[in-house]
Structures are given as C-alpha cells and as structure tokens.
Design a protein around this ligand. Structure first.
Ligand code: MN
Ligand code: MN
Length: 463
C-alpha cells in the first residue's frame, strides 16, 4: 500500500493545496505579509501613488536615490521615472559582470480616466466624461462607489494631488445603471454591447449654483473644485484624473483566507517583488533588481512602460560607474516576469482547461508561455530555464504550480515578459492566481500572495 502510494507520488504530478504543507510559523508570516500587502494596495490605487508608496518603503529600508555613484556590495539604491516607474537595486557580492536577478511587475491597473474636458450637465445633474484605461468589462463599473484620484499640474509647474472618496465620510462618485423594469431591450443585447464607453459618465453632483442662469450645476462642481484645490476647468485639460473603485482591501471568506481589492493586477506581484528586496538583510550574493513598471495594461508603451529605455539606461549607468560592460551584464541576467495568472473559476468551467489552469491556494503559478491564438505575443520560456526556476522553488519550499490562461483560442493575454526577453535576458512568467481579474474587486488567496513573495526571495538568493 505504502509502496504504491510512493510510486504514485513519484510518477504522477498533482496540484496540492498549499495549506497541507504550511507550518504554523509560516502561517503567521503569511498573515503578517498579507496585512502589509493590503496596506500597500490601499496606499497606491494608481501607478503614481503605488510608486510614491514604493519609494517611501524603500527609503525606510535604507534605499537611496541613485545618482551615478560606484556601488559597493550591499548598497541599496532606487531610481524613479516620471513618478510612475520604479527600479530598486541591491548590489550583491558578485561583480556586475555576473549579471542581475531581475524581478519585474507592473503597478498600473484598469480604471476610468477623465477626458480632458470632462464636466457637463444634463437634466440638472453634473456628469463627467471618461475614457477607460486597460481592459475593463464595462458593466462591472456601474452602480458602484468610485473614488477620484489624480494629479493636476498648474501653469507654474506646481502640482495638486486629488484624492476624494477613500476616507470615511468622504463623498464618492458613481455611474448610474438602468433599472430592471426598463432594461428589457438592454438585457437582450450581448454583454459586450449592453454598455458602451461613451455612456460611462460619472455622476458628480446636482446642486444649482446661485445667481447663475446657465451652467448652474456645472458651476457648482467647478466652484467646489476651485475652493478646495484652486483649480479651474482649464487646469483639468492638462490633468490626470482617474476614477477607481472606492474603499479598502478586505478579507474575503469567513476564514479570512482570501483578499478582495481593486488593483491586485499587478500590485500583488509588485508588492511581492518589492518586499523580497526590502526584507533582505545583509549583502546578497547576486545583484538584485526589482522593476515596477507602468502602462502594462495598455501595451507597455511610452516613457514609463517596460518598452522604454529607462531600464537599459539605468543598467548602463550602474555598469559604466563600475567599469563593466553593460551588454555583458545583461547577457548574464535572469528574469522572473511577474503578472497575475487567471485562477480557475468553478463558476465558469467552460472558460478553462482545468488540468492546466492555476488553482487558488495551490501556490504561485510558473507559466511557460502566455499569448493568444497559438501563443502569439509570448516569449515562451525555455525548458532549461523553466527547469532551473522550478528546482529553485522546490529547494526553497515554495509552493508552485503550472498555469495557463484559460482554454485554447478563447482569448488570451500578454505580459511584459517579452519586452525583457527581447533584451536578451532569459525570462519566465510567474504570477499569483486571481479570480475576477480586472474587475473592480479582484480576489486572491493569501497563501498564493505569500508564495509569490517566497518565489522572488528564493530566486534572489539562489546560486
Ligand atoms: Mn497584469
Ligand atoms: Mn491586467
């Protein structure tokens, strides 16, 4: 009997619930980690805020802004691009010619951005025009409280930070939805057509401004913005203002084993990669870099996306100071490119191929390839790299599983992995399984969040 059992264990791969192997000490560490993660989510609901919080935590842990100096083993530095893309580095005992261990994630999330001229009134209501950012399912964003986060840059270059709707007692905003009594026509439409982007108009007020004949409701909204923040409608044209789901990260389930929050894609991996560097004591053997990039949700384009030259310039600068060839350093580097994985959802079995899907609580997913329609858009990690990373995880007791995004040809998606791999760096996708990905309230398993952190830590420490 026991011989058969061990033969089964040897021959068969079976996903295992990570809790079966979790010690009580690890359970304590996991819960502590998840409290820190929830606080990180609450502090950073936009890439700017996440970047600011990252720098705050980094400075608290002894990191200093990089200014071109020669780095000594153990030195901790960071660099920030445009307030929304962070690189953190710990110089290891190994020379830079041995390359970096790179942990990459993104800190932007799908949301609704205000258009440049957003404010209008209709039927005595004040409304705001939006243009969504990233892949949202529009029906999920109506009839739910929204908070306003943003940055307004004034003519003189000074900036005004806006955050309304997160504090207890703050007003919130919302997008109205049709009542079921009158929704028969809408209800017969395909889900993707039932709501359109131009109808995602945010309700922002209804009081008429006294002593005005026209634009009375719009005037009230703008006068309040002006009295609170000193900004005008002209300033909104050049501003960046987003609507995100209001409220804090919460425990989900009576056993509190899950986390529900906005923006876990991909701050769940971003925080894990960050924490792995922050918590590292002393001088690591490897040179470590953590990249938290912006604009992944719209193609990693632009100055703050993973396709920008910011990372390359940082590496060149660090290598130049040390008298090391940057190309050689890059060629010896390795990368874990982290982005959330689609967790198998028992409500939608038809969307998944269960055998190859990531399951909640079965650990961080190691993903050989992403992409769509025949792996298009994927960098596809090599067997050699995958085996090496999997061995590192096993060695460190990291609970991991394989994961593929849903069933073949249903859809698909990409990550920043290819942009790192294109730079001649062996790269594999890893990620935390997420339920309701891109929804205003995404759900992760605490065990999987913690294992994502442990995966980065193991990768950073491994020979
Ligand atoms: Mn993502
Ligand atoms: Mn995403």
């Amino acid at each position: 009997m026991s011989e058969t059992a061990s033969l089964r264990d040897t021959l068969l791969y079976q996903k295992k619930n990570g809790y079966d192997a979790l010690s009580s000490a690890e359970t304590v560490a996991m819960n502590e980690y998840c409290e820190g993660y929830k606080a990180y989510l609450d502090a950073g609901k936009t890439e700017r805020e996440a970047c600011r919080e990252t720098v705050r935590l980094a400075e608290e842990a002894g990191f200093v802004a990089y200014t071109g100096q020669v780095l000594q083993p153990g030195d901790r530095v960071y660099a920030v691009n445009n307030d929304r893309y962070c690189i953190l580095m710990i110089a290891g005992a190994a020379p830079l010619s041995e390359g970096f261990r790179l942990s990459v994630a993104h800190i932007d999330s799908p949301r609704l951005d205000l258009k440049s001229v957003p404010v209008y009134e209709d039927s005595d209501l004040c409304l705001l025009k939006t243009h969504y950012y990233g892949g949202i399912r529009k029906y999920q964003w109506v009839a739910t409280p929204l908070a306003m986060h943003g940055t307004v840059t004034l003519r003189d270059g000074s900036r005004v930070e806006i955050c309304i709707g997160e504090e207890e007692g703050d007003p919130v905003f919302t997008i109205t939805d049709l009542l079921p009594h009158l929704a028969q026509e809408q209800g017969r439409k395909p889900l993707a057509d039932a709501y359109n982007g131009e109808n995602l108009n945010v309700l922002a007020g209804s009081l008429p401004y006294a002593d005005e004949d026209s634009d009375r409701i719009r005037m009230t909204f703008l006068s309040l913005l002006h009295s609170t923040y000193g900004i005008t409608e002209r300033d909104l044209i050049t501003a960046e203002i987003s609507l995100v789901p209001a409220g804090h990260a919460r425990d989900v389930g009576l056993d509190r084993s899950l986390i529900g929050a906005y923006g876990q894609d991909d701050r769940v991996c971003g925080y894990a990669a960050l924490r792995a560097l922050l918590d590292l004591e002393g001088t690591p053997d490897n040179n470590l870099i953590c990249i938290l990039a912006d604009k992944e949700e719209i193609g990693s384009e632009g100055i703050s996306g993973m396709q920008s030259q910011f990372f390359d310039a940082f590496v060149r600068r660090v290598c130049h100071a040390a008298g090391v060839c940057a190309d050689g350093c890059i060629a010896k580097s390795l990368c874990l490119s982290a982005d959330v994985a689609a967790a198998y959802d028992p409500n939608f079995p038809e969307a998944f191929e269960k055998r190859n899907s990531a399951l909640a609580n079965c650990g961080v997913a190691l993903v050989k390839f992403t992409g769509a329609r025949g792996k298009s858009g994927s960098s596809d990690a090599s067997s050699e790299l995958f085996a090496r990373i999997a061995a590192i995880m096993d060695e460190a007791g990291v609970v991991w599983q394989s994961g593929e995004l849903g069933r073949v040809d249903l859809g698909g998606g990409g990550t920043v992995a290819k942009y790192v791999a294109n730079r001649n760096i062996p790269t594999i996708d890893v990620g935390t399984p997420v339920l309701s990905m891109h929804a205003p309230f995404e759900v992760t398993g605490k065990l999987d969040c913690y294992m994502t952190f442990k995966a980065f830590d193991a990768f950073n420490r491994a020979k």
